[in-house]
Design a protein around this ligand. Structure first.
Ligand code: DAH
Length: 394
């Protein structure tokens, strides 16, 4: 090992320090290789109390450094010292056992960085290039999100855009403006989860977890004049016990189309197209009279059973039809509530005049559609996080 003089440091800027310490760490590695048979010589050379290189470097560089450069210099100096100490550590000095031929603890001396050396210090044999790599499967969209996306994109192709609304909603948007009067029995069908301590508020402002995505119809119409064509995907909450087909949290997709001359046949044509796009062109639809407070007339849409083609099977309870969503023409009472809100901002507002403007709306459950599309018999699978289930959708 040749005696080396202390190199001079030409400045304290980062690049200069970097270069100086890279040279020194190279020197540590070279001398470590040269003294492999005599660790004590290596130790004295670098760590000797009086003439050790670290001591000399510290005296030459650190002591005379301006105060603002001391920190950066100190950090690098400590790294260098750790590298020297690592060369003397038992794991570094012990030869690689023959039973572990793939281990390359030589890595540090063969050009690994100081950081890698420090890491090696904690883990004696960190890098075994003979081990198989860790395989990380690429992520996939959750089957519910995927279904939601498929449904939404059918409507995007028809020129609809997407709107979102809050999950914590007020009584006004979730019920009142949708023509559910206070104390009306129709509210009971919604099994509402209410937010605590709302009694002191006026009833229209009381907060609850939205029970459907329909309140976003109201939010959209208050904010926006016709024509409107939107779909609203989102999470909804109901006080339902969980079983194979129910979950207190589930997802819906709402649709709203408002314009001049929108008729029930537009509604039928739109939903018939959407069902064919989702379930296949053989699928038939039929519209069954129903009731929703915010649509008049209202209908339940049924599709011909996708399992038996309409012949009748257990899945469709031998009827040949499966009920899938609710829909109807927007009730004039809903337009009236929207106009009242809009007139608070502009008293002359008449954009939703039911004499001129009509619309249709529809709402469907995402879980139910995903279960049908993929033959899932228990809604709980969607929320279980069980990879054996989720991987099937990759
Ligand atoms: N909001 C209804 C529900 O959750 C579903 C629905 C029915 C939405 C008819 C609509 C509609 O927009 O027109 O039960």
């Amino acid at each position: 090992m040749s005696e080396q003089t202390i190199p001079s440091l030409s400045g304290y800027e980062e690049p200069t320090l970097e270069a100086a310490f890279i040279t020194l760490s190279e020197e540590v590695r070279t001398t470590a290789a040269e003294t492999a048979a005599d660790p004590e010589a290596f130790r004295l050379h670098w760590l000797g109390r009086k003439q050790g290189r670290l001591k000399l470097i510290s005296e030459a560089w650190l002591k005379s450094a301006p105060p603002e450069a001391k920190k950066a210099l100190g950090i690098r100096f400590n790294e260098l010292k750790a590298l020297v100490e690592y060369q003397l550590s038992p794991e570094r000095l012990v030869k690689v056992p023959v039973s572990e031929p793939g281990l390359v603890s030589e890595y540090a001396t063969q050009g690994g960085t100081i950081a890698a050396s420090l890491q090696n210090k904690k883990h004696p044999h960190p890098l075994d290039i003979t081990l198989p790599g860790t395989l990380r499967a690429p992520g996939i969209p959750h089957p519910l999100l995927k279904t939601m996306h498929e449904i939404v994109s059918v409507f995007h192709h028809l020129g609809y855009s997407t709107n979102l609304g809050p999950q914590v909603e007020s009584d006004f948007y979730n019920f009142e403006a949708l023509n559910f009067p206070e104390n009306h029995p129709a509210r009971d069908t919604q099994d509402t989860l209410v937010i605590a301590n709302q009694q002191s508020r006026p009833s229209r402002d009381r907060l609850l977890m939205r029970t459907h995505t329909s309140p976003v119809q109201i939010r959209t119409m208050i904010a926006q004049a016709p024509p409107i064509r939107i779909v609203i995907p989102g999470k909804v909450h109901r006080n339902d016990a969980a079983d194979a087909t129910h979950s207190p949290i589930f997802h819906q997709i709402e649709g709203l189309c408002v314009d001049t001359n929108i008729t029930f046949s537009d509604l039928k044509g739109t939903l018939d197209h959407a069902m064919k796009a989702l379930f296949g062109s053989d699928v038939k639809t039929r519209f069954f009279p129903s009731f929703f407070p915010f649509t008049e007339p209202s209908a339940d849409v049924q599709i011909s059973c996708i399992f038996c083609g309409g012949k009748g099977c257990r899945k469709c309870k031998h009827s040949g039809w499966i009920e899938l969503l609710g829909c109807g023409m927007v009730d004039p009472a809903v337009f009236a509530a929207v106009i009242a809100e809009r007139r608070k901002i502009n008293p002359a507002d008449n954009t939703y005049n039911p004499e001129k403007i009509t619309g249709f709306a529809f709402g469907m459950g995402v879980e139910r559609i995903a279960m049908m599309l993929h033959g899932v018999s228990d809604i709980g699978h969607f929320y279980s996080g069980d990879m054996r289930f989720l991987e099937q959708f990759a």
